[in-house]
Design a protein around this ligand. Sequence first.
Ligand SMILES: Cc1ncc(COP(=O)(O)O)c(C=O)c1O
Length: 335
Amino acid sequence: MTSSPSPRPAPIAMADVTAARARIRPHLPASPAMSYPLLDDLVGHGIRVWVKHENHLPVNTFKVRNATSALTALLARDPAAAARGVAAASTGNHGQGLAWAGARLGIPVTICVPEGNNPEKSAVIRSYGARLVETGATYDDAIARCDELVATEALTRIHSTNNVDVLAGAGTMTAEFLEQVPALDAIILALGGGSQCVGAIVARSDMQPALEVYAVQSEGASAQHDAWRDGVARVGQAVHTFAEGIATGSTYELTVDALRDGLTDFVLVSEDDIAQGVRDLLRITHNVAEGAGATGLAGLRALAPRLAGKTVGIVLCGGNLDAGRLKTILEGGTP
Ligand SMILES: Cc1ncc(COP(=O)(O)O)c(C=O)c1O
């Protein structure tokens, strides 16, 4: 399980990432890449840390790249389908990204969430004019309702991971990061569905083949990690993490092989480590990271002895943390 060349084709190629960059450029600015001496001190081992501030993009996360890539591709490929609208089941960043991109591009967006979804997140989705369908008790109920709406209203489903345009959009983040910091030796990414890591693996292959790509999950939601280690796909494995962006219990068809072939390593961190990451990023960068947006830092601290002396990139995202959880973390707790 190293970054050795794979006989299996990747789900996307660098040309797809390049095309996605051209499509999203009119809509999304480059996000800043910043370094902080205090963060270097915290991580230690002579590591130079670069933070990609994806929290400075609309809806505070790279997921807006994925959504904008997918919707601009749909608009170019099938304007009639785009006019009918798109749908997804998502309680968080994917839904928010689609809502933002749909408003920007004039594409109707329907987001299905379970009843009782976090009101702060539902408010963000609605604020961009998306139709929010609250249905059932669980995420699976929301997926079932989304399936019905896709069928009855001829909507286009935009899956958060199993969609090549979504993956290409995620790849634009690493491509941009490598242009900003060509010296990067490694990048450490929180992994949920795997779009961000697969995007990095593809961008690396063309721009900086020596770049090491590390994935990080919470010990409480380790399905993808476990599958990467033992080669057995997972469906519906238990998920206990406050880092909702990476609260994934399953592997995904389009990313599982590319992750297996391309990741340098895959590590787990504790919920306490993630909460500490949120506190450290706030103290040092004065940016609010959500759990998944601080997981890269938590992973870096776990990997630091192995990365001694290297230049390492992490990604800060911030859209998914509600005030109650933030308060708990700031008081020194773990939600
Ligand atoms: C903030 C944040 N980080 C990381 C991830 C995981 O990304 P991926 O699904 O591409 O693995 C997500 C997914 O929603 C996210 O919202």
